[in-house]
Design a protein around this ligand. Structure first.
Ligand SMILES: Cc1cc2nc3c(=O)[nH]c(=O)nc-3n(C[C@H](O)[C@H](O)[C@H](O)COP(=O)(O)OP(=O)(O)OC[C@H]3O[C@@H](n4cnc5c(N)ncnc54)[C@H](O)[C@@H]3O)c2cc1C
Length: 580
């Protein structure tokens, strides 16, 4: 099958454009290449003779004839070639017309952040003229970045700047072809977006390019949503898992015994990954959806240290993921952990679908899951008008409409403020009679002052209705019983969360709500087997630690989750030292 050629809306990740997500990493990267030589020299530096010589012991020498590919989009991780003679053309074939991204000259090198993320290359490289080049294997490039600060920083900055430039240049990435009325299309877009895979969406209801493709590939209703991924045949109605395989998010885990397996990649898991991998632990991070966790759903975190103007959760956690990958932490998504066993004095982490990973230590950082509304009909509209995050992915179709936010905590407040900038009107439904008991005062004040937000107290949703998507809800005043119908395409729900611990073995003690007991709270457990008491963040099962929102009495903040994740690694070292 020939490769589909089409346009879509610009690639995005986690509700913000990728350009935004990586722009903070480098001052100057926001400017275009034409505008700024500085950004050009950051993205495409020329290595000195001395720097090239320092890479040589790790490299293999290759010759390519004019027109021969060095690597192709869709292949594993791309590759790092230093051009010695001739030139290498980087080609983007994601749009109708293929185009040259860069012509690398002698002294320049190929590659971008996917060498760190271990995902498939998104562009191709072709020899222009006869080329002599040095190839350094991705694992060695990662080691250079982690261990040789001078050249490592130059390479890492170049990789990040290149991705930013690529996205600014109209790169389309993976293209999801489907209807706004399709939950499967929403799930695929959300999954790719939250995993920071550049994705564009072609809406078959409104986009002529999508209609053209449907015709070109003779796509029936059953084939939609379809996914076009560079270097692969068009995927018809693929599962999330199939798409994850295609873009390189999910690779076989093999038989390695990891020093540390981290379950959950929210702020706690990511902090543990950065500290664990940077301190030499062979670290694997598993998440059932994507790195970011609850924080990844926040459009603006304003109380995290060091960001006076706030930062989106996607940006914060996107950077943390790359940081952990820089230190060689390995990520696998989607990897939903369903069991924790022991075998041969090792911990065995079982994953949905039959895979498993062996570990010497485990950190559980599975946080909490959104609580669902009890309104009649709600299940029909999850992803089709009922959302648990307010990012650009959820916003499509809400412009100019009245939208509803349910909840009275900080996450509901943040969502209401963000949505008021995009929707015509925001109706905020609060079950009790006061927001200030549960929401930070700065947010409550912003809501009071915002023109487009109306707060209804003592109000709940009784039922939801619509055809293929949510169209209207019935709300009820829980004191007077008075009801009203609201026409709306979207309800954003922030009514708390329950800990993700249903899969734990009975040996790991929780309280009645499922929050994990650690340290002195786990000390009296009949399951505790050692003569010493559990470490501060250790559960009732020795060598298994818990950090972040999943832990009993945790603070439920990004900063505290990050603190606990990093602290947990200290106890991992102590446990590993004593078990030798
Ligand atoms: C919309 C919103 C806005 C917020 N804003 C702020 C803010 O401004 N400031 C602030 O300090 N806090 C904020 N919070 C709270 C903060 O995000 C959380 O306290 C923090 O994310 C907790 O981090 P965590 O790593 O413990 O867990 P989580 O962030 O919940 O991450 C847990 C991860 O584990 C994964 N997981 C769960 N079960 C499994 C399993 N079985 N197998 C594999 N993976 C699994 C999940 O997919 C998830 O990625 C906000 C929360 C929300 C929802």
């Amino acid at each position: 099958m020939s490769k589909p050629k089409f346009r879509g809306s610009g690639a995005k990740i986690a509700g913000v454009s990728l350009e935004q997500a990586f722009a903070h990493t480098l001052p100057g990267v926001r400017t275009t290449m034409a505008e700024s030589n500085t950004s050009n020299s950051v993205a495409f530096p020329k290595l000195t003779g001395e720097q090239i010589a320092s890479l040589e012991p790790l490299a293999t020498r290759h010759q390519f004839r004019d027109g021969e590919p060095l690597f192709e989009a869709g292949q594993c991780s791309g590759a790092f070639f230093v051009v010695l003679s001739g030139a290498v053309e980087i080609v983007d074939r994601s749009d109708k017309e293929s185009r040259t991204v860069r012509l690398h000259e002698p002294g320049e090198f190929t590659g971008d952040i996917d060498i760190l993320t271990r995902r498939n290359a998104v562009v191709s490289a072709l020899a222009r003229g006869d080329v002599d080049a040095l190839e350094v294997a991705p694992a060695d490039v990662r080691r250079i970045i982690a261990e040789r600060p001078m050249i490592g920083e130059l390479i890492l900055k170049a990789f990040m700047a290149r991705r930013t430039e690529l996205l600014k240049s109209g790169f389309k990435g993976v293209q999801v072809i489907g209807s706004a009325r399709s939950r499967e299309a929403y799930d695929l877009r959300e999954f790719l977006d939250r995993n920071q895979v550049p994705v564009s969406w072609l809406d078959t209801d409104t986009d002529p390019d999508a209609a053209e493709l449907v015709q070109q590939f003779n796509l029936s209703e059953r084939d939609l949503p379809a996914v076009a991924c560079e270097g692969r045949p068009l995927m018809r109605n693929p599962s999330v898992r199939q798409v994850a395989d295609a873009v390189g998010l999910k690779r076989p885990l093999g038989n390695a015994v990891y020093d540390l397996v981290i379950i959950g990649a929210g702020p706690a898991g990511l902090a543990a990954a950065v500290y664990g991998s940077s301190e030499g632990l062979n670290t694997l991070v598993l998440d059932s959806q994507a790195p970011g966790g609850q924080a990844g759903a926040s459009m603006k975190i304003e109380n995290y240290l060091g960001f006076p103007t706030g930062i989106t959760g996607a940006e914060l956690t996107g950077r943390a993921t790359l940081q952990a990958q820089k230190f060689a932490a390995r990520f696998s998504t989607p990897s939903n952990v369903t069991r924790l066993d022991t075998a041969d004095e090792q911990l065995v982490v079982r994953i949905d679908g039959g895979e498993s990973a062996r570990a010497r230590c485990v950190i559980i950082a599975t946080g909490a899951n959104y609580r669902r509304l009890g309104a009649t009909g709600r299940e029909r509209f999850d992803g089709l008008g009922v959302y648990y995050a307010a990012t650009a992915t959820e916003l499509s179709g809400c412009e100019g409409a009245e939208v509803v936010v349910v909840g009275a905590g900080n996450s509901a407040g943040q969502a209401a403020v963000y949505l008021s900038e995009h929707a015509r009107h925001v109706l905020m439904l609060v079950r009790g009679d006061d927001m200030r008991r549960t929401m930070s005062s700065y947010l409550a004040e912003r809501i009071d002052e915002a023109n487009g937000i109306e707060v209804l107290y003592h109000t709940e949703i009784r039922s939801m209705d619509g055809n293929e998507r949510l169209e209207r809800i019935e709300i009820v005043n829980n004191r007077t019983g008075e009801t009203r119908t609201v026409t709306t395409p979207a309800v954003f729900t922030f009514i708390g969360a329950v800990p993700c611990t249903h899969w734990l073995p009975p040996r790991i003690e929780t309280d009645a709500k499922g929050f994990i007991r650690t340290g002195h709270a786990a000390a009296g457990s009949p399951h505790w087997m050692l003569s010493r008491p559990p470490y501060l963040l250790e559960t009732s099962m020795a060598g298994v630690f818990a950090a972040g929102d999943v832990r009993l009495d945790s603070v439920k903040r990004v900063a505290s989750a990050v603190g606990e994740g990093s602290m947990a690694v200290k106890f991992v070292h102590e446990y590993l030292a004593e078990s030798h």
